[in-house]
Design a protein around this ligand. Structure first.
Ligand code: SF4
Length: 238
């Protein structure tokens, strides 16, 4: 599979999101799924996918610390697109986490909390897939700037497909408005990037879109999309 990705990778850079999604569904069938936390980009991706294939797979990592607005949006998505979101949970309930790790782990050791509630569940879910589709964009973070439209995900050992990797935030919002795509109502309350309640706040004027994530902590991501330029081209199997 790594060699197959190397063959299509450079051509794929010119593909539209619809072409990319069609290739993904055709190549991987039921072994590919969209991963989403239902941010603005994620909503665009879900809408684009629904125009390519009606019964696409969609999963989310439910940390059980999400905003009520996010859960409401999930219900709306299931009704609008006629799909059932596959929800993936931590092996530890919030109560078990508190009992075994102590109270408010997110404030003392957010990396450990993210590992327990996001990274391990994602790794488990990806273990049943050959490819995953994400809505990451190159201009979101420095770590994402080297992302390719199709790449080998070295960290999780499967194909990673990023159909809107070259879109700007402006293009995302233009699509949402043009197509009446639902979105998280917190976006209208100065929350450009939305994660868990414990680690997400509003941004102030002039701050970057992810300034509200883990405010006051030197942490910019949860470890789900660790991309380095070295990952852009998959190593061939020696
Ligand atoms: S974002 Fe915060 S609460 Fe959510 S899993 Fe990570 S550290 Fe825990």
């Amino acid at each position: 599979m790594r060699e197959k990705i190397a063959e299509v990778q450079s051509a794929a850079e010119t593909w539209s999101p619809a072409q990319t999604l069609a290739w993904a569904f055709e190549t991987f069938g039921n072994r590919v799924a969209i991963s989403s936390a239902f941010g603005a980009e994620g909503m665009v991706l879900i809408d684009l996918a629904s125009r390519v294939r009606k019964d696409f797979r969609l999963f989310t990592i439910d940390t059980e610390f999400l905003f009520p607005e996010t859960y409401a949006l999930m219900d709306k998505i299931e009704r609008r697109y006629g799909i059932a979101i596959e929800k993936v949970y931590s092996l530890l309930s919030p109560e078990e986490q508190e009992r075994t790790q102590g109270a408010a782990l997110w404030s003392r050791d957010p990396d450990r909390c993210c590992n327990l509630r996001k990274v391990e569940p994602l790794r488990r879910k990806l273990g049943e897939l050959d490819a995953w589709i994400t809505s990451i964009r190159r201009d979101q973070t420095t770590a994402r700037s080297g992302a390719q439209r199709i790449e080998w995900d070295e960290k999780f050992g499967l194909v990673k497909i990023n159909p809107i990797v070259d879109w700007t935030s402006k293009e995302v919002w233009r699509y949402i408005q043009q197509h009446g795509v639902p979105y998280n109502s917190l976006h209208d309350q100065s929350y450009p990037s939305i994660g868990c309640t414990h680690c997400t706040g509003p941004v102030r004027a002039g701050e970057g879109p992810r300034a509200g994530r883990w405010p006051g902590v030197a942490k910019t991501g949860c470890g789900l999309h660790a991309i380095t330029p070295a990952q852009a081209l998959p190593p061939t199997e020696a």
